[in-house]
Design a protein. Structure first.
Length: 313
């Protein structure tokens, strides 16, 4: 079954949501107030496939992508507070502004439920931002899940997904806590079974890639010579990412890294995650990760962030 956030929800290329509040059943009061503290994991994601079908008449891009949660995760801790408002702290001080998706998600929850806000939310950040791993989107979805649990509002997953879609096109995926085929702009979520705990090594350079830019350049970009773009076929599916074409054209290092990874005996497959800048390597065995990390550092230097993890099943 495909879950849609509703026809009223629109998003621009920066991931902002439109006003769909009139279509949502949020004019309620809380059922109960159960918890004074809620702590939840906010898993990152990777795309095992990402195909761009074309640009739509409304200016957005139609996509189909297989997204899977991974074991790398942030942590969201929500405490009830005596003072009114949303107090937000983060282990990364650069992310503590009011435009953070955690704050925006909390404010949306209280606005829709008419519950007086009074919480302290702490984000323990592990997922790098600008990486194509959905860290901020997962934090927002997890905030909605946590507030729903704390205040006993009883929203089912499809209703939370509708709320999440007001914040960004990929945020509904994280509400389902499942592998999923996502279509439309990414907001149409079809949970699927994916019982494959694939061992992964994530590699990210110091730079990030702006997602709106990658989509804007998709149609006018060209493939680089001697760079593998073709789908990689596996028993569990195929790895392909149509955004590699525009991103590799500007960020040639990512093309070089992918080609090098595919030549390593420890690697079964390699691809850019989402719009980048993270590259994921699917390992033949999880035990290969330390040796491969050493080889990457020797080949490309010590300035890369790397993380051994797996698809969360």
């Amino acid at each position: 079954m495909i879950f849609s956030p509703g026809l009223d929800t629109l998003h621009d290329e920066h991931g902002r949501g439109g006003n769909s509040s009139e279509a949502l059943p949020f004019d309620i009061f809380p059922v109960n107030c159960y918890e004074t503290t809620v702590q939840l994991s906010a898993p990152a994601k990777t795309n095992l496939s990402l195909e761009v079908r074309g640009k739509r008449a409304d200016g957005f891009h139609e996509i189909e992508t297989l997204m899977v949660p991974i074991s790398l995760a942030d942590t969201i801790i929500i405490d009830r507070a005596d003072d009114e408002g949303v107090i937000f702290t983060c282990s990364d001080p650069s992310l503590t502004g009011n435009d953070n998706l955690v704050v925006r998600a909390a404010r949306l929850f209280f606005e829709r439920t008419h519950i007086p806000p009074g919480v302290h939310i702490h984000l323990e950040k592990r997922v790098p931002h600008g990486a194509g791993l959905g860290g901020g989107s997962s934090d927002a979805a997890t905030t909605l899940i946590g507030l729903n649990e704390m205040f006993g509002t009883g929203f089912k997953t499809p209703v939370l997904s509708m709320m999440a879609a007001e914040l960004g096109s990929d945020i509904p995926f994280f509400v389902y806590r499942s592998a999923a085929i996502c279509r439309g702009r990414g907001e149409l979520v079809e949970p699927v079974a994916f019982p494959h705990a694939l061992p992964l090594l994530l590699i990210k350079p110091a730079f990030g890639v702006p997602t709106p830019w990658a989509y804007k350049q998709w149609k006018v970009s060209h493939e680089l010579p001697d760079v593998p773009y073709a789908p990689q076929i596996f028993p569990w599916g195929r790895m392909v990412n149509d955004l590699e074409r525009p991103v590799f054209e500007k960020y040639i290092f990512l093309a070089v890294l992918k080609r090098w990874l595919l030549g390593q005996p420890e690697v079964a497959g390699a691809m850019m995650s989402g719009s980048g800048s993270t590259t994921l390597a699917v390992l033949k065995d999880a035990s290969n990760a330390p040796a491969l990390q050493e080889k990457i550092a020797a080949e490309f230097g010590d300035g890369l962030w790397m993380c051994a993890c797996n698809v969360a099943v």
